[in-house]
Design a protein around this ligand. Structure first.
Ligand SMILES: [Fe+2]
Length: 331
């Protein structure tokens, strides 16, 4: 029989019935889990918010917040949403199951709880949690690395974050599928991660680069793709990293792709990237106003570099959000 992946995984048991709390706690402790017990929904939520748990076993009918309500709150908060939740219920109706699923529960156990069934479900969910944790920490390393590269250059402060935000908003307007939006959020942050391999004297050079220096700089697209390639959850981000310096007329790098050979998500990020670069201060010039920036980008659209329809869409989006901000300020 499979043993828990991680000895000492921490499980929260929430039940108002003392007998059941003690029974569940005894079964799980015997199996090597660290168990924390609470007797109502409010305490359960407080504990889950304050420390790291690998699983929560929640009674459905509890005072001061039902298991459903706790489950919903846990699943809606980014800090706790990856904690697997098992709802323990004396209710057997179909509606309760549906309600539980809608609250985001990962599994159910019926009372009276069967020992073998309890352990099998806990083991399997703790194992999945363990894998998600590993994946999460790999992602976190990449995202922090990307932000630390950005921090080297005072002129690009906040660029990645704005890029991620605006690209996702533009993708939303264009009704791109959810996975493309996730890829753009990550791509906004990590697209320049390959700059880790570019020497600082090139990265921070205020004047124009020599042809040799340019060649080294251009490598950041390919190196970035290589850094992120082993992470399966970054599969959709790889084209964004590799192609974010391609141009519609094929004069970009590294592959000289043309027009729709450049995926839509990449063109979205590139459009936002160009706009953001023009509207922030650089060592060689001051930030342009929004209107001047769009005039400049349109010249480059004429030249064949960028996707004109996306430039239009970005301008409308920024104008709309500006209008709704002004609207909000009116008394
Ligand atoms: Fe770049």
């Amino acid at each position: 029989m499979l043993k828990p992946v991680r000895n000492g995984a921490t499980v929260l048991v929430a039940d108002d019935n003392e007998g059941i709390r003690e029974l569940l706690s005894a079964i799980l402790s015997e199996e090597g889990y660290q168990v924390v017990t609470v007797k109502d929904g409010e305490q359960a939520l407080n504990k889950l918010r304050r420390r790291q748990f690998d699983l929560a076993l929640l009674d459905v009918m509890m005072p001061r917040r039902s298991g459903f309500a706790v489950c919903r709150a846990v699943k809606m908060a980014p800090e706790t949403c990856l904690i697997p939740v098992i709802l323990v219920t004396g209710l057997r109706s179909h509606e309760d199951k549906i309600h539980g699923i809608e609250s985001g529960a990962d599994d159910f156990l019926n009372k009276p709880v069967n020992k073998e069934e309890l352990l099998a479900r806990v083991r399997s969910l703790v194992r999945i949690k363990h894998f998600t944790d590993e994946l999460e920490s790999a992602e976190t390393v990449l995202l922090s690395l990307a932000l630390s590269i950005e921090a080297k250059d005072p002129y690009t402060q906040g660029h990645c974050e704005r890029l991620a935000q605006h690209s996702v908003a533009l993708a939303e307007r264009l009704k791109l599928p959810e996975e493309q939006k996730v890829a753009l959020r990550r791509g906004g942050v990590v697209h320049d991660i390959g700059k880790v391999a570019v020497p600082e004297y090139i990265l921070l050079k205020p004047g124009p680069l020599t042809p040799e220096e340019r060649k080294i700089m251009e490598q950041h697209t390919v190196i970035g793709e290589r850094i992120c390639a082993p992470l399966r959850s970054f599969r959709d981000v790889l084209p964004i990293i590799r192609y974010h310096h391609e141009r519609m007329d094929g004069t970009g790098y590294p592959d000289g792709l043309q027009g729709e050979q450049i995926p839509l998500a990449v063109r979205i990020l590139t459009t936002v990237d160009v706009y953001d670069a023009l509207t922030t201060d650089r060592p060689y010039r001051k930030a342009l106003s929004q209107a001047d920036a769009f005039a400049e980008i349109r010249k480059e659209v004429q030249q064949g570099w960028w996707d004109g329809s996306l430039v239009d869409e970005l301008e409308i989006m920024l104008r709309d959000s500006e209008a709704s901000r002004t609207e909000g300020r009116k008394p």
